[in-house]
Write a protein that binds this ligand. Sequence first.
Ligand code: UN1
Length: 498
Amino acid sequence: MVTDYGLFIGGKWRKSEGKRFETRNPATGEILASFPAATKEDVSAAVKAARGVFDTWRRTPAPRRGDLLLEAARLFRAKKEELARVVTMEMGKILAEGRGDVQEVIDFYEYAAGEGRRMFGETVPSELPNKMCLTMRLPVGPVGLITPWNFPMAIPAWKSGAALIAGCTFVLKPSSLTPLCAARFVEVLDEAGFPPGVVNMLTGSGSIVGDGLVAHPDVRAISFTGGVDTGRHVYEGAAKKMIKVGLELGGKNPILALDDANLDLLMDGVMFGAFGTAGQRCTATSRLIVHQKIYDQVVDELIERTEKLMIGNPLDEKIDMGPVASPEQEEKVLDYIAIGKKEGDKLLTGGEKRKGGTYDKGFFIEPTVFGLDRKKRLAQEEIFGPVLSVLKAKDYEDAVAIANSVKYGLSSSIYTNDLRWAFRAMHDLEAGITYVNAPTIGAEVQLPFGGTKETGPTDTREAGPTALEEFTYWKTVYVDYSGRLQKAQIDTERLAQG
Ligand code: UN1
């Protein structure tokens, strides 16, 4: 049965005048649900609802806001299996990863709830007597959250959990490939008991809903995860209004394999990093940079392991890798594979769309490995699919130079047993995250997540204690209890003279 969803505005599912669209299972082609493409009027209504309740929500004590987040986390835990299946059916990641997606929601909501009892500011001495100073965080206002399809519950949770605990109300605009995940996510928040208007969701296009949120005068921050071009567009729009913006825009994440690495550990990490979620993570390992001494051995092992991966319907627990998420994704990845073949990059394994039988119903691409030169397009551009490039490095310095030769800087990794290289890599790799002896994926919610270079501005970080920065501003307070006018900088001179 296909559910016809509405838009979630002011605590109710509402009808829209907008055209409807459907969401499908990328493994089977089955239609899962239908949604309206919100109109400009819907955007105004959702922001109005978020603005209307903002003062009540910001005045709700943060620990009490935290209670609601904890209640949501409890409900997510109770529904974990059911929601994981929705993630797998709508997005195509294997069930174990669907469960991981929902677990990340639980983890972050629990973590963010605790922030409600911290959210520390500082007390600072004044230069004048009987006067003190302090700093505190205040919520910026209603915010817009624009989320991608690859972590269709976890990323809405990172953004909304931080916004809610900070005291912001929000309008979520999920990717049009995964509106069902977002709707199920929002249903849980509704059940947890957030006051009407605190949580709102609009499905629809980037040009109407996304741009509409960015431009709306009452939306006071935007958090966006997605591609660089859209991110730049969001950044420009946000600059016009002088609002906060958090951007997380992808990566070309390397694993550096030094000649002393534990090869089994390395191979386990590479397989998970490159082909987990069919390579559709911002943090996916898309380059393997190998020391020349172990290059041939690593390539042989890589081909052997890649060819053993089972591709198929991700609901089947035996399957290692599901489909890519949509026909557009499939076309993009196959185009990159064609570029690789044309530019003379050495195709080591894979490189084809899987055909025949049930494969014809979905978007299945073989896990693919190319051996190539650092300057080639496949070694530079984000592919967002199951395509790994292997590059040969002369030594540590050369490996770092290759790693840093791209425009992105999200995640990175080094496999070595030599502390000297491990510690140097922490400083040398231009990336927001560096793993030692672990692949480029697998970030935990209690730590900052984000990148450098064109992955996004470095002043915001999702997750961890830094998550609050996206949705709050600092208020500085001076309290003068001397009972007379004291002049900073001016009276100070008199005081110094005694
Ligand atoms: C993303 O791909 O945008 O670190 C997020 C990881 C996940 C989150 C990825 N926990 O791979």
